[in-house]
Design a protein around this ligand. Sequence first.
Ligand SMILES: N[C@@H](CCC(=O)N[C@@H](CS)C(=O)NCC(=O)O)C(=O)O
Length: 350
Amino acid sequence: MTVFNRTWASRCLASGLLAGGLVAASMSQAHAQGSGSPTLESSRAKGQVLCGISGQVPGFSLPDSQGVMRGIDADSCRAVTAAALGDANKVKFVPTTTQNRFTALQSGEIDVLSRSTTWTLGREANLGLEFAWVNYYDGTGFLVKKSSGVKSAKEMDGATICVQPGTSTELAINDYYRLNNMKFTPILIQDLSEIQGAFLSGRCDAYSTDASALATFRYSQGPKADDLVLLPEIISKEPLGVMVRKGDDKWFDLVRWTFIAMITAEEKGITSQNVDTFMNSTDPDIRRLLGLEGDMGKALGVDNKWAYNVIKQVGNFGEMWDRNITPMGVPRGINNIWTKGGLQYAPPIR
Ligand SMILES: N[C@@H](CCC(=O)N[C@@H](CS)C(=O)NCC(=O)O)C(=O)O
């Protein structure tokens, strides 16, 4: 177990050290003008926002049969792009892995990372990166075969567990086993189809990752879904966030307030379908949100219609959820807005 920990720590440290140099280099190259954000200015110059995704996870980011990237992470990228450039279609999706995602952001290969990435102190304090918002409150789970007869994680002393390297899942399992005085053998596999194949072929007793991904993987098995069981224990908190580089506060603000705008729209009942009917609203909150007064966009360095563009082109937060996650059979639960018992709460746009 010590070896397991050390492996992760050294990997993280290595990318953390790399961060310093690369971020410094990219910052000194890009001189912010106008908006005051080097990232926004370079996105304008490119006519694109480069957004790191996985590209392999149903409900999060996966191309559909037409090759269009679908999922809550993909739509989060579109929303930021609509806020930044006024056109959600100007997003460019860049596939990243659990292991190279942070260096991709540090090096400037991407402008934002929207890839089921858990917000942790270690990541925020060591990597030169920061989390702008949580787009999915998740937790680590275990998937086992029904034929194993295992009904609880507590029955898994001595188990082999398939897990992707460089993930917070590795740490969560380690903590859980330590806390419960049990032992396990990790089988570290990077490639998603390989890890899922390894689990299905019996190379490991359980497959562990974010419970959302386990649920969507199980769902993707169609009639064979019933052969797989998601154990009841959710062993950690995994708030999945959208990340940016530290040092570009204006870009951080824009990414963060894009999500707040989508939640505000849901709170106010504004959708992609009805947003135009609100353009003569007398509600001051709605008027500021939609850019009818208050220069909120200008304060962020973008068009005052930034939030209108996000809502019109991508929708409110609930629409994003319903389009991508509801079809996977995952209840909204704590991911609902606060007025419906969830954690998504929008600070005021004023
Ligand atoms: N939230 C955890 C786990 C991330 C993770 O392993 N995600 C998986 C499941 S959503 C994934 O992206 N797999 C697809 C891939 O590797 O492309 C973390 O930030 O480390």
